[in-house]
Design a protein around this ligand. Structure first.
Ligand SMILES: Nc1ncnc2c1ncn2[C@@H]1O[C@H](COP(=O)(O)OP(=O)(O)OP(=O)(O)O)[C@@H](O)[C@H]1O
Ligand SMILES: [Mg+2]
Length: 276
């Protein structure tokens, strides 16, 4: 939540609804629009790290063994020791470039299974490490791809974010999970003077010409500020396997790229407001 940086938590408790796909492709759309972005992989599954083809930096750890630097290390390094103050801005030290298919304005704070250990830590202040670690990140927008949980790996990012972008499929289980995330969000907001605000909902992986998802989408639009609907395209699975954004697939993903360009516009306007 550094001055002038818009920090967005991308969330849903339900797994597999498209959070990571939205985070990565929104980052690419922002990059193409000239906005610098830090993508924070907030999930021990490391999917965002994989699909952005990011190569973590390495450092020599205990016993001289090289280890990959990740979000887990950045959170760990904020920890106050022996009465010393909290260390701010540690996320900068783990940032690495996204792969060759991505805009040079997109950088990644990678994750791996180590992040699961950070979720187990519940000492006072543990949840605020995300906010401390992210201080001074050198980009205009920070997107945190949250893990599918209501636990510390959601609450920590929510305590660092200015706004929340919820992602759902047009499927009942995913929509029901939005209500649970909202209750967790309300808890954080009560503690933070109303922050973070809900930016809106993105409906992902939307199948055309199916009546039930269409009904659900209509209901969603009545209850939530739906900012975009990303159509289902089989090539997205291929793109992710290749560590590439939708934008690398030309006409096949044209409608998807268009949705993300519009979403990037909304996020950019919000970032400009944040800068005041
Ligand atoms: N628009 C789309 N068209 C086709 N497939 C999609 C689309 N969006 C997402 N997918 C696919 O759906 C699967 C789940 O997407 P993704 O990993 O983004 O979900 P997630 O919510 O981040 O999951 P998790 O909760 O496990 O982190 C992936 O295989 C992805 O390729
Ligand atoms: Mg994910």
């Amino acid at each position: 939540m550094a001055q002038g940086v818009l920090t967005v938590a991308i969330a849903n408790e339900k797994g597999g609804v498209g959070k990571t796909t939205v985070a990565a492709n929104l980052a690419q759309a922002l990059g193409l629009a000239g906005v610098s972005v830090t993508l924070v992989d907030g999930d021990p599954q490391g999917s965002l790290t994989r699909i952005t083809d990011a190569s973590p930096l390495t450092a020599t750890g205990a016993l001289g063994v090289a280890q990959e630097l990740s979000v887990s290390d950045a959170l760990y390094a904020t920890q106050p020791r022996q009465g010393a103050p909290v260390t701010e801005g540690t996320m900068r030290q783990v940032l690495t470039a996204a792969g060759q298919h991505w805009s040079p304005l997109v950088q990644v704070a990678p994750s791996n299974v180590d992040l699961a250990s950070r979720a187990d830590e519940t000492w006072p202040g543990a949840l605020d490490r995300w906010r401390h670690a992210l201080a001074g990140v050198p980009s205009q927008v920070v997107l945190i791809d949250c893990a599918p949980t209501l636990g510390p790996l959601l609450v920590g990012p929510l305590r660092a974010a200015d706004v929340v972008l919820l992602v759902t499929e047009a499927a009942l289980g995913a929509v029901e999970a939005l209500a649970r995330v909202t209750r967790t969000l309300e808890g954080v907001r009560a503690d933070r003077d109303g922050a973070p605000r809900l930016l809106g909902v993105v409906v992902s992986n939307y199948p055309a010409r199916e009546s039930y998802p269409a009904q659900l989408l209509a209901q969603l639009r009545e209850q939530w500020p739906v900012l975009g609907v990303v159509p289902r395209r089989a090539v997205m699975v291929k793109a992710e396997g290749a560590g590439a954004p939708a934008a690398a697939y030309g006409a096949e993903t044209g409608a998807i790229v268009e949705e993300f360009a519009q979403l990037a516009q909304i996020v950019t306007e919000q970032a400009n407001k944040e800068r005041g």
